[in-house]
Design a protein around this ligand. Structure first.
Ligand SMILES: NC(=O)c1ccc[n+]([C@@H]2O[C@H](COP(=O)([O-])OP(=O)(O)OC[C@H]3O[C@@H](n4cnc5c(N)ncnc54)[C@H](OP(=O)(O)O)[C@@H]3O)[C@@H](O)[C@H]2O)c1
Length: 195
């Protein structure tokens, strides 16, 4: 059992919080109510960022003290408004910006390359999906991987891409999303590596 704070109570945050609670973790969900994000982050071992990516850097930098010593699992995507959207951090990534701004926090990027229902029900797709991990701290990535296992991810579906800089690859995959939805609708899908 791990204490987890989920920042953001939308489609992603609500879905993850429900599934992680069901898996036996002690989960606090923080919406934008003043005081809720710092309170939740302060008492958790792992903090999940499921808030809009565009404001995430400012929002999480404001929680520097509460996030110190914690694992920050970032599942957000930072794009401009519009379809197709553009990356807010071309040549970099939100995850790298977060790691730079929060040196006392271990940032792990994952689950940002799929529609939200797949995050907690990967086995429901007709083909094995991939969950990518990016982060500089091997132990933090191992802990994030264990959470993925709790969410139903088989070990062989999880691919550790390397350091936090590899998140710029997975964050760029967001550029697929509007085109895939336009061509095949909202049926859950994940960006995966096929061999
Ligand atoms: N939807 C997907 O399939 C999917 C897949 C992969 C990654 N993502 C990423 O996951 C993140 C969340 O996506 P979503 O679809 O769940 O969006 P969403 O349904 O719009 O939920 C975002 C949530 O964040 C909350 N929020 C906004 N500012 C906040 C703050 N300052 N503190 C705490 N909470 C705040 C919003 O509150 P209000 O309701 O009050 O605005 C809302 O509950 C985004 O970065 C997105 O790119 C989404």
């Amino acid at each position: 059992m791990t204490t987890i704070a989920v920042l953001g109570n939308g489609r992603v945050g609500g879905n993850l919080a429900t599934a992680l609670t069901r898996a036996g973790h002690e989960v606090t969900v923080a919406d934008r109510t003043p005081g809720a994000p710092p309170d939740a982050a302060r008492t958790a071992r792992i903090v999940i960022n499921a808030t809009p990516g565009a404001g995430s850097l400012d929002r999480l930098t404001a929680l520097r003290d509460e996030l110190s010593g914690k694992i920050l699992v970032d599942v957000s995507n930072a794009t401009t408004d519009g379809l197709p959207a553009d990356l807010i951090y071309p040549g970099s990534s939100l995850a790298e910006q977060l790691q730079d701004a929060l040196p006392e926090t271990r940032v792990v990027k994952t689950l940002n390359t799929m529609l939200f229902p797949v995050m907690t029900a990967p086995a429901t797709l007709t083909q094995a999906p991939t969950a990518f991990l990016s982060g500089d701290d091997p132990q933090a990535k191992q802990t994030a991987g264990e959470l993925l296992t709790d969410l139903g991810w088989h070990k062989e579906w999880i691919t550790d891409l390397g350091g936090i800089q590899t998140a710029r690859a997975t964050e760029a995959a967001i550029l697929f999303v509007p085109h895939v939805i336009r061509s095949t609708g909202f049926a859950p899908f994940a960006i995966s590596i096929a061999r």
